[in-house]
Design a binder for this molecule. Sequence first.
Ligand code: BV8
Length: 241
Amino acid sequence: MTASAGRHIVVLTGAGISKESGLSTFRDADGIWAEVRIEDVATPDAFARDPAGVHQFYNTRRRRLAGGDIRPNAAHVALANLERAWPANVTVVTQNIDDLHERAGSRNLVHMHGELLKVRCSACGAVVPCTDSVGTEELCGECGTKGAIRPHVVWFGEMPLELDRIDAALDACATFVSIGTSGNVYPAAGFVDRVRSRSHVHAVELNLEPSEGAGRFGETVYGPATEVVPAFVARLLGALG
Ligand code: BV8
């Protein structure tokens, strides 16, 4: 354990941290990409080609997330506790578009791939909360444009959000923890390389199984997030003395 008190922590999370809350991952055998193709639902071309089909893909996920029976799990709660108790910054950078980190109490949170419970107007850029279905006939409440509403989600080939804020946090951290991600999607999968380029940074992988980038971590702990994340946070906070 090299994370010392008073040193900043960055936590990257992926779909695996929300699996035990009942949300699907992407690349597991029962994952989303086993049901639909990225090219058909998660690229700008897909939306241009079939906006109704892409809206349906996100409407189904949005209604399920907002439906009331999906709740944060012990891993989300442990990270919120770490943020409250740690004597330096804890920044959670999530690839996930669910709202489970914020509902668990995380505040210093970056949704680099957007948020399922928000939609954006392609005409004026307004981003507004949404917990229901949207379609191709939607009117923008800000500019009145019809048919310009899209999910506030970063598709493949689009620029992830708040990269400057993420890079600043990565360049200032002493500990980088990757949780519940397969390490397939960039630039998130490259964050571990960015921190490893600095000496004295401790990189940790907490996952169900080794990710694509497992060999780039100084410490790895495998198991379900609801077990390994609370245990890891307890060790960090216990070491504060
Ligand atoms: C970009 C929102 C330029 C949508 C997502 C070739 C052509 C075109 C592009 C590329 C290319 N090569 C590389 C790229 C870039 C591309 C990319 O990486 N493609 C991959 C497929 C090769 N990336 C992009 O296009 C990105 N933009 O590059 O812009 C740029 C470049 C540099 C700098 C700036 C800009 C945009 C990518 C964002 C796409 N949008 N999501 C939606 O959600 O519908 S990505 C999608 O994948 C989700 O965000 C998801 O979070 C993310 C990563 O997946 P994971 O979270 O890791 O989920 P996965 O299922 O894969 O793994 C789950 C893990 O959990 C597993 O390891 C499993 O073992 C574990 N697990 C399971 N259960 C548990 C568990 N762990 C713990 N406990 C459990 N119970």
